[in-house]
Design a protein around this ligand. Structure first.
Ligand code: DER
Length: 219
């Protein structure tokens, strides 16, 4: 599909930023899958990849890219990941792939976060997609009621458990006029493990696959 081609072009561009013989944090999703393939084809040798999901670990293994755990490294020079939505300040909504907890952890360890996406993800205002909220299963109903008070419309992601054994509420209709405050308010609800607003720490660079080619964007 045309969108896949745009994702692939952004992913291939990201390989240029990978430093040989360094550790690399790698996110989750279909755009990241294109990145892993492009990294393998580039024959660039990295010291090891810190993965964010079983899905990404499987892709790394299939391409023979060595994996290390976050505990084995002391920080990371670079983190590459996609997004469900990204605004002009490079703040993001992530979690469509269900890996938002590990993604936010590994992203926080990296000096630089490069987001790879197709043009459909780029927006002036976050909120066209729901905000995924990872919750402890026993607190699901409590958290859902609290999110209703925020004006959200929480919907349980049916038949899905995260790699960490938690559930996800996809919350539509939130007023995201103050993203950083909302990110913190959601995480302040007892029972919430993490949410998909990446606004405290936006990406440093966006490689955006567009019909006109890959645009390299900063906030
Ligand atoms: O779940 C995630 O955060 C993924 O990065 C997601 O937001 C991007 O998925 P895609 O590359 O398949 O669109």
């Amino acid at each position: 599909a045309a969108q896949d081609e745009l994702k692939r072009q952004a992913a291939e561009k990201a390989v240029e930023y990978v430093q040989e013989n360094e550790y690399l944090g790698i996110g989750t999703g279909s755009t990241v899958r294109f990145f892993i393939e492009a990294l393998a084809q580039s024959r660039k040798r990295i010291k090891g990849a810190v993965s964010t999901s079983a899905q990404t670990s499987a892709a790394l293994k299939s391409f023979g890219i060595p994996e290390v755990t976050l505990n084995e490294v002391n920080g990371l020079p670079l983190y590459i990941d996609g997004a469900d939505e990204i605004n002009h300040l490079l703040q993001m909504i992530k979690g469509g792939g269900g890996a938002l907890l590990n993604e936010k952890i590994v992203a926080s360890a990296a000096e630089k976060f490069i987001c790879i996406a197709d043009e459909s993800k780029y927006t002036s205002r976050l909120g066209h997609v729901p905000v995924p909220v990872e919750v402890m299963p026993n607190a699901r109903s409590l958290v859902a009621r609290r999110l209703l008070k925020f004006g959200g419309e929480p919907e349980l992601r049916l038949g899905f458990t995260t790699d960490n054994g938690n559930q996800i509420l996809d919350v539509a209709n939130l007023n995201i006029s103050e993203p950083i405050k909302l990110e913190d308010a959601i995480n302040g609800i007892p029972g919430v493990v993490e949410n998909g607003l990446f606004t405290h720490h936006p990406a440093d660079l966006l490689l955006l696959g567009c019909q006109s080619g890959v645009q390299v964007l900063t906030a």
